[in-house]
Design a protein around this ligand. Structure first.
Ligand code: ADP
Length: 337
């Protein structure tokens, strides 16, 4: 159940489906008006100047459109896109091999760019700035630096942890966009768009209900839509209405606020085990048998956005709204943080 609402986890069939549902132009991207406008100007300018697009960094929680933007940008620029991940580049040679094989003006998408090792990152600096690759040959006093010219290219970086991207790397991106959570209305539009792509008939109230309970996250909305579609097929219904959506969400154990079991457990532990005294991330993760990283990048941002928990210098506490809605009324007014 947990994997269902963790937008970090994806299986193979989901990867394939996601690829087929990706927007193929800027106009197909729902919402994100400011980002689209800025990117369109950058693209138009690069095209007019016949130059590679400036480097762009996207950051924000998983499942909110970072990868989609990278693909759309490459498509709009009509250039090839190459995909890699900060965690798989082990040696400087791994990155050098990719950089030297890029076509002119192409896009290199580096997902989880915060996971790049420092010695690999250092190769990127001159590559991003001057399109050159500095290779050190030999060791000690005999070491020499060989400079190779690279083609013009664009790095599109994506990260869920901006704070872990070093200053010098951040500075080398011409533009940086934070992709925040979606509003219910935007996600409703997204559910309607993906339903058309999947040839699924859905009524607007059903799409809104899925949107409302999808953790403000595109990937989760798509996942719920698929489960609701399955339920409609099994029930022999041609059209997805509000009732089928409700029934499926109930079976998935997603509550009225869109919280899943783990979200609710986070609130429960802070309320019941700690009487709403501030709880540190590692203590919270240990109590839930979860990775601190997952709590920090997936669960916490959503619960904070919903106004259910907040961070204090001493740790996480449940807000008044959270206490009222999740069984902590007796702790209202007792604030020790
Ligand atoms: P991230 O890279 O941030 O984890 P993705 O770009 O992979 O997220 O998005 C997850 C899914 O949601 C993809 O299938 C994508 O098509 C869809 N999606 C995300 N944002 C939008 C959007 N603004 N418009 C249309 N589809 C979107």
């Amino acid at each position: 159940m947990r994997d269902f609402t963790d937008p970090n986890t994806k299986n193979e069939s989901e990867e394939i489906l996601e690829r087929s549902l990706r927007p193929s132009s800027l106009s197909e991207i729902i919402g994100r008006e400011v980002e689209k406008k800025n990117i369109q100007i950058m693209i138009d300018s690069a095209k007019k100047r016949s130059k590679a697009l400036d480097h762009i960094l996207f950051h924000g929680p998983p499942g909110l459109g970072k990868t989609s933007f990278a693909y759309v940008i490459a498509k709009e620029m009509a250039v090839p896109i190459h995909i890699t991940n900060g965690s798989v580049l082990d040696k400087p040679g791994d990155l050098a091999a990719i950089l030297t094989s890029l076509e002119n003006n192409s896009v290199l998408f580096i997902d989880e760019i915060h996971r790049l090792k420092l010695n690999i990152e250092e190769i990127l600096y001159p590559a991003m700035e001057d399109s050159v690759l500095d290779i050190v040959i030999g060791k000690g006093p005999n070491a020499r630096t060989l400079r190779l010219e690279l083609p013009q290219f664009t790095i599109i970086g994506a990260t869920t942890k901006l704070s872990m991207v070093s200053g010098p790397l951040r500075d080398r991106f011409g533009m940086s966009f934070r992709l925040d959570f979606y509003s219910d209305e935007e996600l409703q539009q997204l559910v309607l768009q993906k339903s058309r792509m999947l040839n699924v008939n859905i009524e607007e109230p059903a799409a809104l209900e899925i949107a409302r309970r999808a953790r403000m996250t595109a990937r989760i909305a798509i996942r719920i839509l698929k489960r609701v579609r399955d339920m409609a097929v099994v029930d022999g219904r041609e059209v997805i209405d509000y009732e089928i959506a409700q029934k499926t969400l109930g079976l998935l154990d997603i509550d009225d606020n869109g919280l899943d079991m783990l979200d609710r457990n986070i609130l429960k532990i802070i309320i019941e085990h700690f009487n709403n005294r501030p709880v540190g991330l590692s203590t919270l993760a240990a109590s839930l048998s979860e990775e601190p990283d997952t709590i920090e990048t997936v669960y916490e941002p959503f619960l904070i956005k919903k106004g259910l928990i907040k961070r204090t210098p001493k740790g996480r506490v449940v807000t008044h709204i959270g206490l009222r809605e999740y069984g902590g009324e007796h702790l209202l007014g007792i604030e020790e943080y």
